[in-house]
Design a protein around this ligand. Structure first.
Ligand code: NDP
Ligand code: 2IT
Length: 450
């Protein structure tokens, strides 16, 4: 089958799943040179097999809210690929969660996890449950009800979930407690656990730190660095917070952060003190980002949920780090970034840039890295947490951070080497997709038609 035929098949088989089709299209087009060079992969239909989840579970989650009203949500786990290791990937709790979103995330996770060099397959799950405005007690009740079903389908040697949007340390704690109670066993079945009950140092920081390590590698390739660079960051959750922290460590200036209501523009840049205020606002008080602008007297821009152009991406800067959600950088935003002389766009979120926007950035010579390469530090450190759990040991902060630095460097080199080998030197998108694909494809070929 040719690439357009595979894409047609994906569209036909997955109607009404625009996010999954988008992620599939990006990969199908960019890995094609590898399939042309290896016709045996075509006849084994390896790409078509990767595009079909090995298993997808959908289930009802029923729970009682604080007013004793019955609430009904839908839960999912997409077990996409176990070719190179147990299914691994986060859980997302957000009202927008549906099969299309989770399949795109699980599909991307296959390639990302392969790039880390740690044996982990691809998976993703979650629920349309909205943690916003819920009490801690309600979040706990929901997590317990959700795990009541999920526990049947996961295991530390089979499928190991973690956090994603709406699932942080608090939720992982409640989910872990529920799993332990149901199964009567203490294992590393989830990652992102707390210190003192099986968690790894640096896991919380890993996605944001890894993102900036990756961007630093890209800049060093051009004999440049983050030092002194003005950086745009979107989002204000786990990934955004630690991206900002590492930008500060490396001497850059992060000037924006956002949530789903709007963004702040602090031209003076974040300091560690301001970042601590943001962490407390978002992680403990669960407030809105506008409060940051009120506290530090900086610009706040409310965002219309249906905005076509996001003015955040029209601020003059050197580097852009989208760290909120999918499709948050449109073609028009990409034009604005290019017009203002952006040098780097490195994805912290999964698929934050539309296909049209990616094309514009790459054509205009912007250093662009796809999330499956640049945000892989999170899942890689989850892999390190799993290793520590299996071994029954703990590594120091310095040890884990050094491993993360090494892994991001390795992913960067792997992307560049594959891009060069397949005739697209410097193209991180092609490099990441081909390198990830080949690793999984080789494993599938060795394991036969299963
Ligand atoms: P969090 O829940 O901690 O934060 C998400 C942030 O993005 C919040 O500021 C949130 O604003 C904003 N956001 C979420 N959805 C939307 C939306 N539909 N429109 C506008 N803003 C939105 O999540 P994470 O930081 O963990 O995840 C952010 C991104 O990074 C996601 O794409 C995730 O898949 C990806 N990622 C996460 C990893 C991890 O280890 N956590 C690893 C690799 C990738 P609000 O609070 O208003 O909703
Ligand atoms: O998108 C991702 O890589 C994550 N949400 C982290 C997954 C994990 O298993 O740590």
């Amino acid at each position: 089958m040719k690439p357009d035929e595979i894409l047609e098949l994906v569209k036909k088989r997955n109607p009404n799943e625009p996010e999954f089709i988008q992620a599939a299209e990006e990969v199908i087009i960019s890995v094609w040179p590898a399939l042309e060079r290896h016709p045996e992969y075509q006849s084994l239909r390896l790409l078509e097999r990767m595009l079909e989840p090995e298993r997808m579970i959908s289930f009802r989650v029923t729970w009682l809210d604080d007013n004793n009203n019955v609430q009904v949500n839908r839960g999912y786990r997409v077990q996409m690929s176990s070719a190179i290791g147990p299914y691994k990937g986060g859980l997302r709790f957000h009202p927008s969660v549906n099969p299309s979103v989770l399949k795109f995330l699980a599909f991307e996770q296959i390639f990302k996890n392969a790039l880390t060099g740690i044996p982990m397959g691809g998976g993703k799950g979650g629920s349309d449950f909205d943690p916003k405005g819920k009490s801690d007690h309600e979040v706990m009740k929901f997590c317990q009800a959700f795990m009541g079903e999920l526990a049947r389908h996961i295991h530390h040697r089979l499928d190991v979930p973690a956090g994603d949007i709406g699932v942080g340390g608090r939720e992982i704690g409640y989910l872990f407690g529920a799993y332990k109670k149901i199964k009567n066993e203490f294992t590393g079945v989830l990652t992102g656990k707390g210190m003192g009950w099986g968690g790894s140092l640096i896991r919380n920081e890993a996605t944001g730190y890894g993102l900036i390590y990756f961007a630093e590698n890209m800049l060093q390739e051009k004999k440049d660095s983050i030092k002194g660079k003005t950086c745009l960051v979107s989002g204000s959750g786990n990934v955004a917070q630690y991206a900002i922290e590492k930008i500060i460590h490396l001497g850059g200036r992060a000037v924006t952060a956002s949530d789903s209501n709007g963004f702040i523009y602090d031209a003076a840049g974040f300091t560690q003190d301001k970042l601590e205020f943001l962490k407390d606002l978002k992680n403990n008080r669960r407030g809105r980002i506008k409060e940051y602008a009120d506290r530090y007297q900086c610009e706040y821009h409310a965002l219309d949920p249906n905005h076509e152009v996001n003015p955040l991406w029209n601020i003059k800067a050197d580097c852009a780090f989208p760290c909120a959600t999918q499709n948050e950088v449109s073609a028009k935003d990409a034009h604005n970034l290019v017009k203002n002389g952006i040098k780097v766009l490195s994805e912290g979120a999964n698929m934050p840039t539309t296909i049209e926007a990616i094309t514009i950035l790459i054509d205009q010579g912007v250093l662009y890295s796809p999330g499956k390469a640049s945000n892989a530090g999170g899942v890689a450190t989850s892999g390190l947490e799993m290793m520590q759990n299996y071994m029954g040991t703990f590594w120091t902060r310095e040890e884990v951070d050094a491993k993360l630095v090494g892994i991001m460097k390795n992913i960067h080199q792997t992307c560049l080497a594959a891009a060069k080998e397949y005739g697209k030197p410097g193209n991180y998108l092609v490099g990441a997709n081909i390198a990830g694909f080949l690793k999984v494809a080789n494993a599938m070929r060795a394991q036969g038609v299963v």
